[in-house]
Design a binder for this molecule. Structure first.
Ligand code: BES
Ligand code: ZN
Length: 650
């Protein structure tokens, strides 16, 4: 939405044509001179995590032609960028980090001048490319010849030993939040949407997949006995969604438009686990309008994948730790699928608006779960999310418990907390409760539709909901407290905690065992689902002091053997048990924690466990150091980056 101001019409029209959204900023004194027609304060949502100046020149399309070299651990080749700008623009600024640029040329191969600026540890470097002035409406192609470095933070190069099959190497990328700049030289800002195509060559025994339509099923013959794979993404997407996976991959369809990719040995279990995906896509479309991306497939990654899931368009990336055998953790699929609307269609304009991606997605995820599994299950998951939010609110600095958070000088990862996810979702549930589900759903469908393929700021969200839902009704405005939800810390007075009757017997059993020291045999564990078991293992005494023991060794032994926790196959439950056991320095669980931390590298499990160990004195630190030395080579840079900070490595 462009706010027009007298005298700025032409520049604003250009900004609109460039697809740049509006907010208020003015040109700084360090900015190069602009052509007269654009020499006016063009406003756009300034992204402090990008060097790009999209109001002058911006990337429209990225065409990658890259060779994957597994021995050098590099992607090497060219990125051809189609760019547009205001009339007279003669440079473009891209984002790069830890990347080697060999040359830059125009479409006919004539060299162009380029220069990289000072490197910031979080942001990387600006790459400025100069060219003869653009004319109005012109699209110009520039070609960057480059190579990634083995330490590119978006890329994890796995040795065969780090895969399930153990025979072939593997590569995957993780772009969010600002890591795409370590493998694609482009304007790496979520407000600068780009289409892309790619040609990737790899050893002939590997399969290449991307967050795009695959144009070459099975690949095609390329030089040196390799294979080339071609892709295209025709919807403009934020660059953090450009994604690549290469490995020994096999595919199983779920229905006509959904399917699962993974290593051949994992395929049967993965396809069985993820079978509900097809029904989820149907349910999502019934809720909030058509799925606009064609296919919806999942890639189940090797165990070092640092996140639970990543909503790469057409191809969600997922941790293998959701393959529990009983489909109990499929809400992760509902979550990543929901991002096909909240995030991939309507995208946070900056990382301070991250809650617009994640809060909306957790809300939508739970609606999908309700549609497919019923209200009961959905409420159980809401309660687990709310409990986790309470813990987060108690530990974060107040300023970081605002939905719109201040990230100046910080890594956008600092905003990756339950506040964006669970406070965001609770806010939307509050609105739903006040206006009624019917009106809320109608608004949300319209919101996705009106703003499809656009960046969204928190302020634009507020303007949209005031225009289309509350219609500036002062009574509603008071009841909703929207400004408080967004700009104040903690939870406003109209927040309502979710409840689930299914948790009443669980809480009773928890009190009987944990507090009243009854026998573990009295816990009706086998009659509970995974969410009830999570609730049980998440129980803590009121006002528990940090590092205080609250169970006896006998209770821990009873729990471990009666619930058979040493052989628990569900990663969420293993994690929850180990958090208890390690907080008590419970030696018999050490082999389990050692195995768990060396067989998967999901940061959500790894970091809290190391944090718990780190808080347990010499015993914990010695153990943590020993396990980390063994596990670190398995982990992704995202995970090691966090654990290194904890254990004081650089
Ligand atoms: N988009 C996120 C993952 C992400 C966020 C990666 C920010 C990098 C920076 C993804 O949709 C997500 O939220 N994943 C969760 C699982 C989900 C079920 C809550 C995760 O990975 O734990
Ligand atoms: Zn998410």
């Amino acid at each position: 939405m462009i706010r027009t101001r007298a005298g700025l019409v032409s520049a604003l029209a250009l900004a609109a044509a460039l697809g740049v959204s509006a907010c208020s900023t003015t040109r700084g004194s360090d900015m190069p001179p602009l052509p007269a027609s654009a020499d006016a304060p063009v406003d756009y949502a300034r992204d402090i995590h990008s060097y790009a100046r999209p109001e002058i020149a911006r990337v429209r399309h990225v065409a990658l032609d890259l060779q994957a070299d597994f021995s050098a651990k590099t992607l090497s080749g060219t990125a051809a960028l189609d760019i547009q700008g205001v009339a007279g623009a003669n440079e473009i600024i891209l984002d790069v980090r830890d990347m080697d640029i060999r040359s830059v040329s125009d479409a006919s191969g004539r060299p162009l001048q380029f220069e990289t600026g000072a490197s910031d540890p979080i942001l990387g470097q600006p790459l400025t490319i100069r060219f003869p002035a653009l004319s109005a409406g012109e699209t110009r192609r520039i070609v960057i010849d480059y190579s990634t470095r083995p330490n590119a933070a978006a890329l994890q190069w796995l040795s065969p030993q780090q895969t399930a099959g153990g025979q072939k190497p593997y590569l995957f990328s993780q772009g969010q939040a600002i890591l795409t700049r370590t493998w694609v030289p482009t304007q790496d800002s979520p407000g600068i949407r780009q289409t892309y195509d790619a040609r990737i060559t790899a050893p002939a025994d590997l399969t290449v997949v991307m967050s795009a339509e695959m144009l070459t099923k099975g690949g095609e013959a390329a030089a040196d006995g390799r294979k080339a794979w071609r892709f295209r993404m025709t919807n403009p997407i934020p660059p953090y969604l450009i994604a690549l996976g290469i490995g020994d991959l096999a595919f199983a369809p779920l229905d006509e438009r959904t399917g699962v990719w993974t290593e051949p040995g994992r395929l049967p279990a993965s396809a069985h686990e993820l079978e509900p995906t097809a029904a989820m896509v149907d349910a999502a479309e019934k809720l909030y309008g058509p799925y606009r991306w064609g296919r919806y497939d999942l890639l189940v990654l090797p165990p070092s994948f640092p996140f639970g899931g990543m909503e790469n368009p057409r191809l969600t990336f997922a941790t293998p730790t959701i393959i529990a055998g009983d489909r109990s953790l499929v809400s992760l699929v509902a979550h990543e699928l929901a991002h096909s609307w909240s995030g991939n269609l309507v995208t946070n304009a900056t990382w301070s608006d991250f809650w617009l991606n994640e809060g909306f997605t957790v809300y939508f995820e739970n609606r999908i779960m309700e549609a497919v599994y019923g209200r009961d299950r959905a409420m159980q998951e809401q309660v687990l999310g709310y409990d986790s939010l309470q813990e987060t609110l108690a530990t974060l600095p107040a300023a970081d418990t605002r939905l719109k958070i201040e990230l100046q000088g910080r890594d956008p990862d600092d905003g990756l907390t339950d506040v964006a996810y669970e406070k965001g979702a609770l806010f939307l549930r509050t609105i739903e409760r006040v206006v009624g589900r019917e009106r809320f759903d109608a608004w949300l469908t319209g919101y996705f539709d009106r703003n499809a393929f656009r960046p969204m700021t928190t302020e634009q969200f507020l303007a949209d909901i005031r225009e289309h839902l509350t219609r500036n009704d002062p009574v509603l405005e008071q009841q909703l407290q929207m400004n408080a939800w967004i700009y104040q810390p903690g939870l406003p007075s109209n927040a309502v905690a979710p409840t689930s009757p299914a948790f009443a017997p669980v809480d009773a059993a928890a009190v009987a065992f944990f507090r009243d020291k009854g026998p573990a045999s009295a816990i009706p564990w086998s009659g509970w689902n995974t969410q009830q078991r999570q609730r049980f293992l998440g129980w803590r005494p009121e006002g528990l002091r940090a590092n205080a023991d609250w169970l006896t060794a006998a209770q821990l032994a009873d729990l471990q053997s009666t619930l058979n926790l040493t052989n628990e196959g569900n990663a969420e439950l293993t994690f929850a048990w180990l958090q208890i056991a390690m907080a008590h320095r419970y030696q018999p669980a050490v082999p389990t924690v050692e195995r768990f931390l060396t067989e998967q590298g999901r940061r959500k499990f790894v970091l809290p466990l190391f944090t718990t160990l780190w808080g347990e004195g010499d015993w914990g630190r010695t153990l943590a150091r020993r396990i980390y030395a063994q596990a670190r080579p398995l982990y992704h840079p995202v995970t090691t980056g966090s654990v290194d900070q904890l254990v004081g490595r650089s």
